[in-house]
Write a protein that binds this ligand. Structure first.
Ligand code: GLU
Length: 609
């Protein structure tokens, strides 16, 4: 079932002035000492509250990559808001403190579990291609070849019509108890007062410095004085505060219609670069009408059973739900044991390689291509894929996609794979009533398109580079007007006997899928608790010749995997998960990364210890 959701037309203008200190979440954003402006010779105030990566307790839990964002979500829960309310407040805060990963210039996928009805439903807030964007948009007319990926990223051409603000509105209307206005207040305050620049933020800025410098509005905001902000300094974004305030007061129309929409369209169509810019910054096709016409989709989740648990994820346009689901269905064919990690990890790599072959061949936006979602999620299809896997020997990759009509073991010719960026952010929430949210949101690459809307304080996404550049009609993921590019985002909720057990998700481009599968495998099959399952070193096999693995994974498991012919190639960090578990007694364990991306923050309302 898919339902289009139009945004509400102009919300009643409110006379309420959103001022610091009077908001719903004021206590949550009372500036910790670390976020206070550094003043020479003046002692700083009380220290920032602790930001543990794992917390255990009751009454609600929030997990995200960022301490400020998790605290803001937790405060919403503490004051009686539900999981959807807290998820929106947390997401808005991530847009302030993680502006290179997420924000109102991007999109995402919101999965919700309603404890009262037992229903899981989703909001597809993926960006769309503008109505005037044709399948050959990424082909350089001068050469007849595709633009380079790097040049396409930093351009108007890559910017999809943003879905995040509409997602927040839809999520609150469908599942929430608070208004968008209330849920934006803590972030308005946070953007105004600022946050402490940490190593991750400084490093992400430095990595983008060369291209940010070529877009004046971006350089002005993120390269103050021409350089990345220093670690320990306070980063304020009053323009973003102003933009969020307008949305809070006037509703989503403030973003999708009128001046801001016109400014976004103008920038996309005519990117503003410095005089000495080297980037070609190709113009895009977005118009104000594209923004006014944006709709989120309310749709059913994907569902598979795994080891007696019900695993729900995001249906296409994301490939997350089908690919996580198919991987688990394949693994269901095998007994996996912590006593034999080599065997378990070999099968994990094979399962995801095969599921990725099918993802690449069959998944795109179902509004434009016939996606065999039901087959991809069926146990029968997964069984036919499992019997192509040799339990003792690695496959020759890339493996071919499966025959959708197969019931036995039929092996076809090989096919190539594709890759995606490594940005994005994920948050997980469970409230005191047992409702849950898994929400992954993004602006695609770290720093998105690199283009900041002047005086508005936010970056525009480059989500359209998730499309295939070459207009091959057999490819389900070619550009089409109004289409959503295929995503890998995999916000996942696992139920046990109708109650939430795990909430899982991560950034990381197409490695998101393997990270979610690996965390579930670690937790469900390999005897790890959730904190261990998240911290454990990762490897990712996405139907490519090489299997990429973190250095610790290679150190720990290369010898176990060698007898299977599974070679490993070193890569950096894979993912940055934010997860929650609820045990049989209702004890909540909020687990974020202890180290990746500088460590995240898992918090509970009433700590058990
Ligand atoms: N654009 C990617 C997707 O939708 C996410 C970006 C990332 O995580 O790096 O799958």
């Amino acid at each position: 079932m898919i339902e289009l959701v139009r945004r509400r037309s102009a919300m009643r203008a409110s006379a309420l002035v959103i001022a610091a200190g009077v908001s719903f979440g004021a206590a949550a954003v009372a500036t910790p000492a670390s976020a206070a402006p550094p003043v020479a010779g003046v002692a700083t105030a009380r220290p920032a509250p602790p930001a543990p990566s794992t917390s255990t307790g009751y009454g609600g839990a929030v997990s995200s990559v960022d301490a400020e964002a998790s605290r803001i979500g937790l405060e919403v829960l503490r004051k009686g808001g539900n999981a959807a309310d807290a998820a929106v407040a947390t997401a808005a805060a991530l847009g302030v403190t993680e502006p290179y990963s997420a924000g109102i210039g991007g999109g995402g996928y919101f999965v919700h579990f309603d404890a009262e009805t037992g229903e899981v439903t989703t909001v597809d807030g993926r960006e769309t291609a503008p109505a005037a964007m044709e399948s050959d948009a990424f082909i350089d007319p001068a050469t007849g070849s595709p633009y380079s990926f790097a040049n396409a990223v930093s351009s108007g051409l890559s910017v999809g019509v943003p879905g995040t603000v509409a997602t927040w509105e839809a999520a609150l209307e469908e599942y929430g108890t608070e208004s968008l206005k209330e849920m934006l207040k803590p972030s308005i305050l946070l953007a105004t007062r600022g946050f402490r620049v940490d190593e991750t933020f400084a490093a992400q800025t430095a990595a983008n410095q060369a291209r940010f410098a070529q877009f004046p509005a971006t350089a002005e905001l993120f390269l103050p004085g021409g350089a990345p902000p220093e670690v320990g300094s306070t980063f304020r974004n009053p323009d973003l505060a102003k933009t969020l305030r307008e949305i809070a007061l006037r509703g989503t129309d403030a973003f999708y219609e009128g001046v801001i929409a016109e400014e976004i369209a103008a920038l996309v169509q005519d990117p503003i670069t410095t005089d000495d810019a080297e980037l070609p910054a190709y113009p895009g096709f977005m118009t104000a009408d594209d923004l006014a016409g944006y709709e989120v989709l309310l749709q059913d989740p994907t569902h598979v059973e795994y080891r007696g648990l019900d695993v729900f994820g995001m249906a296409p346009s994301s490939s997350g739900g089908t690919t996580v689901g198919e991987s688990l269905n394949i693994l269901e064919n095998f007994e996996l044991s912590p006593d034999d990690p080599g065997q378990a990890l070999h099968l994990y790599l094979e399962a995801t390689a095969h599921a990725f072959a099918d993802r690449n061949a069959y998944v795109g936006d179902p509004a434009f291509v016939d996606v065999p979602t039901e087959t991809l999620l069926s146990q029968e299809f997964a069984d036919s894929r499992a019997c192509e896997i040799d339990p003792e020997q690695a496959s020759v990759r890339p493996v071919a996609p499966g025959d959708l009509d197969a019931t036995g073991c039929e092996v076809a010719a090989a096919a190539a794979s594709v890759d995606q960026g490594m940005s994005t952010t994920h948050l997980s929430v469970v409230d005191r009533w047992g409702n849950a949210v898994a929400y992954t949101l993004t602006i695609e690459q770290t720093g998105g398109s690199g283009m900041t809307v002047p005086d508005r304080g936010f970056l525009l996404n480059n989500e359209l580079t998730d499309f295939s550049f070459v207009p091959n009609p057999d490819d389900p993921n070619i550009v089409e007007p109004g289409k959503r590019p295929r995503s890998s985002m995999s916000p996942t909720i696992v139920l046990d006997d109708g109650e939430v057990r795990y909430v899982v998700g991560s950034p990381g481009g197409s490695t998101i899928i393997t990270t979610v599968v690996q965390i579930l495998l670690n937790r469900i099959d390999l005897g790890m608790d959730l904190a261990e399952a998240v911290a454990a070193p990762r490897a990712t096999q996405r139907n490519t010749v090489a299997t990429l693995a973190e250095a610790d994974f290679i150190a720990e498991y290369a010898d176990d995997l060698a007898p299977y012919g599974q070679g490993l190639s070193a890569t950096g960090e894979i993912g940055a998960a934010a997860t929650i578990e609820v045990d049989d007694d209702g004890l909540m364990i909020a687990v974020a990364e202890p180290e990746r991306r500088g460590g995240g923050t898992g918090l509970v309302v009433e700590p058990a210890d």
